[in-house]
Design a protein. Structure first.
Length: 147
C-alpha cells in the first residue's frame, strides 16, 4: 500500500468534503462545494494553517488540518493544533491514521513546536485509545462555549 500524504489543493474538495461526514459532528452535514471553495481559499491565506490529504492510487481516503501557532509564552516556541483527523471507514485499521498523525507530528517538530494538541469528543473512546497509542496523553481540561 503506497500512501501519499500531501497538502490539499482546491481540486481535492470533491473527494475531501465527504470525509467530514465520518467525523460524527454537525449531524453528518457538510459544506457544499461552493462554500467550501471560498473557505478553502481563505484557509490557504493563513501562513501556518494547512489541510492535508492522504491518498492511495489517486483516491483521497483521509484528511487532517494542522495549525502552527506562534506564542509569546513558552519562550516564543510555537505550538501545533491537530484538527479534523478522519480516515474513510473502508480504510480504517490499516495504519493510515497513525501515518497521518505521525506525519503531522513531524511537521510540528520541524517547525520547532513545543507540543501538538488536539481535542476529541468525550464519547469517542475508540479515538482516544488511538491517540493514546500514538503517545498522546490526557492533559488538563478542555472548555468550549457554543456561540
Amino acid at each position: 500500500m503506497n500512501l501519499t500524504i500531501r497538502q490539499a489543493a482546491l481540486e481535492d474538495l470533491p473527494m475531501l468534503l465527504p470525509l467530514y461526514r465520518y467525523l460524527g459532528m454537525d449531524d453528518g452535514t457538510i459544506l457544499d462545494e461552493t462554500e467550501a471553495q471560498s473557505l478553502f481559499q481563505r484557509i490557504a491565506a493563513y501562513p501556518d494553517y494547512k489541510v492535508y490529504v492522504s491518498e492511495i492510487r489517486g483516491e483521497v481516503i483521509g484528511t487532517f488540518g494542522l495549525l502552527i501557532m506562534d506564542n509569546l509564552g513558552h519562550r516564543g516556541k510555537p505550538s501545533a493544533v491537530l484538527e479534523d483527523v478522519v480516515v474513510h471507514p473502508a480504510w480504517r485499521r490499516k495504519g493510515i491514521g497513525g501515518q497521518m498523525v505521525r506525519f503531522a507530528m513531524s511537521l510540528a517538530a520541524a517547525k520547532g513546536c513545543y507540543k501538538i494538541s488536539l481535542t476529541s469528543d468525550l464519547r469517542r473512546q475508540e479515538a482516544h485509545r488511538f491517540y493514546e497509542e500514538l503517545g498522546f496523553r490526557r492533559h488538563g481540561i478542555s472548555f468550549s462555549l457554543p456561540l
